[in-house]
Design a protein around this ligand. Structure first.
Ligand code: NAD
Length: 489
């Protein structure tokens, strides 16, 4: 069994308390690793190391030197793709083909992009009405950045914090989700081997309420990048008031995926299924509310149900598996609770709604992909983020009705629109209240694409060039070039 330690000041070390906890494989409940249970003292040490790195070797590096280290780390992660993918699957329960093809591939791809933009966060020259002076802005790194990540894409989301933070010259103290710590720990080996100076990257595993809160409130931490639930995000925003630090929040979602009668039928069905099921529905931007125009509602629901029923739910390590395990018992119970609540509120289970009958899966937490029809937007199953393979199908009459239902949510992360009418597509993109709108596709991500959250899905922007700037702070400089003294007294 593997043993994962904290990574502080360039060294792997046990928690100051000496405590550890176990990481469980959700596919069979077997213990796969012991993990150091970090605490406030460890966070303090990590923040001190991060500050030293920023004030020292790391902070003194040029953009080109930072770029070379990030690129080298990406190569080293790619070389160990199989090891990363296996650990990700053992921790999260996602199919091995997804861990290999999506999670590790995307992490490497994004890190390479961040390596290519280490010199991109430039300032501007600002015209002012005084020829004797010049005004220009700078984009400076914050210094020490705190990162807190969730469990659904541990490696990828760790990279979305480490990549931009290091690219622009910050050092970082990062906390992975307690239940999925393994690949974030392995990343530290790759960065150390790539020559990252000690202290530039620190990883503290352990409980969110202790480690996460200690990171947000440490006085050296100047900015916090949080990805996780809206509920915990709210707490992190409250805590950020302690030292008045900037935050970037990537939170939950309940995204509408809207199918018009003029849509390409097969494209819409594929978009509804993939929109829901990437990572088994445990995906912040998953299109979990399927809004279908009345005239094709029954046909689309029948086709989606047929597709869901045909998918292979199985051992995540089996390359034929299309849907693996749910990450934890708590998450499994939450999903089943919502399916029951939907039924009690009058929804019909058109697919799934149960666990697979394969006895070999009996020790794990598996759910068959589920479609609930006859839903209204007011049901709890339509309002709350379930974070599992559960799709609710809601009929609508026309464009205005679709927009009203789609926007009637506290969330605003993503939306999907399936239509062959280009004018309608643009009208919908303008009307939908979400940070991302997909048209005739879903779940596409590129390092260059910004990923903002609207409403209670977040604040600020991560990813893309705007996301890079999120890890810098703005400074304005006014310089007198006349050589004259200020003529005020
Ligand atoms: P979570 O909010 O429970 O936990 C997220 C992280 O916060 C974990 O590392 C956790 O240990 C830590 N944490 C817990 N309590 C804390 C506290 N008091 N102070 C500081 N940190 C604390 O989320 P989760 O269950 O791990 O992940 C699922 C959620 O993440 C979903 O809501 C999903 O939509 C969201 N998510 C959003 C995005 C996005 O880009 N918007 C991406 C992925 C996941």
């Amino acid at each position: 069994m593997r043993n994962f330690q904290l990574f502080i000041d360039g060294e792997f070390c046990p928690a100051a308390s000496g405590e550890t906890y176990e990481s469980i494989n959700p596919a069979n409940q077997q213990v796969v690793a012991t993990v150091a249970k970090g605490g406030a003292q460890d966070v303090r040490r990590a923040c001190e190391a991060a500050q030293r790195a920023f004030d020292g070797d790391w902070g003194a590096m040029t953009c080109a030197e930072r770029s070379a280290i990030l690129a080298q780390a990406a190569d080293l992660i790619e070389e160990r793709t199989d090891e990363f993918a296996e650990l990700e699957t053992l921790d999260v329960g996602k199919p091995i083909t997804e861990s290999t093809g999506i999670d590790v591939g995307a992490a490497v791809n994004y890190l390479r992009w961040y390596a290519s933009v280490t010199d991109a966060a430039v300032g501007e020259t600002i015209p002012i009405p005084n020829g004797a002076q010049v005004d220009f802005s700078l984009r400076d790194p914050y210094g020490v950045v705190g990162g807190i990540a969730p469990w659904n894409f541990p490696l990828f989301l760790a990279m979305l914090k480490i990549g931009p933070a290091l690219a622009v010259g910050n050092s970082i103290v990062l906390k992975p989700a307690s239940i999925t710590p393994m690949t974030t720990s392995l990343v530290c080996e790759c960065f150390a081997e790539a020559g990252l100076p000690a202290g530039a990257l620190n990883v503290i595993t352990g409980p969110g309420g202790v480690v996460g809160e200690a990171i947000v409130t440490d006085r050296r931490v100047q900015m916090v990048s949080f990805t996780g639930s809206t509920e915990v995000g709210r707490r992190v925003i409250e805590l950020s008031a302690h030292n008045i630090v900037d935050t970037s929040m990537e939170l939950g979602g309940k995204s509408p995926n809207i199918v018009f009668e003029d849509a390409d039928f097969d494209q819409a069905v594929a978009g509804a299924v993939f929109g829901l099921l990437l990572n088994n529905g445990q995906n912040c931007i998953a299109g979990t509310r399927l809004l279908v125009q009345r005239g094709i509602y029954d046909d689309i629901c029948a086709a989606v149900a047929e597709k869901l029923d045909s998918l292979i739910v199985g051992d995540p390590m089996d390359p034929d598996t299309q849907l693996g395990a749910i990450v934890s018992e708590e998450q499994f119970e939450k999903i089943m609770h919502y399916v029951r609540a939907g039924e009690e509120a009058g929804a019909t289970i058109a697919a799934g709604g149960n666990v697979p009958d394969d006895p070999e899966l009996a020790d794990g937490w598996f759910v068959r992909p589920t479609l609930l029809t006859d839903c209204s937007n007011e049901m709890s199953v339509s309002c709350d983020e379930i974070f599992g393979p559960v799709l609710v199908a809601i009929p609508f009459e026309d464009e205005a009705d679709a927009v009203e239902i789609a926007n009637d949510t506290i969330y605003g992360l993503g939306s999907g629109v399936f239509t062959t009418d280009a004018d309608r597509a643009r009208r919908m993109a303008a009307a939908l209240q979400s940070g991302t709108v997909y048209i005739n596709t879903y779940n596409q991500v590129y390092p260059q694409s910004p990923f903002p959250g609207w409403k209670q899905s977040g604040t600020g922007v991560e990813r893309g060039f705007e996301g890079l700037l999120t890890y810098t702070r703005f400074k304005n400089v006014i310089q007198d070039i006349s050589g004259e003294s200020i003529g005020w007294f």
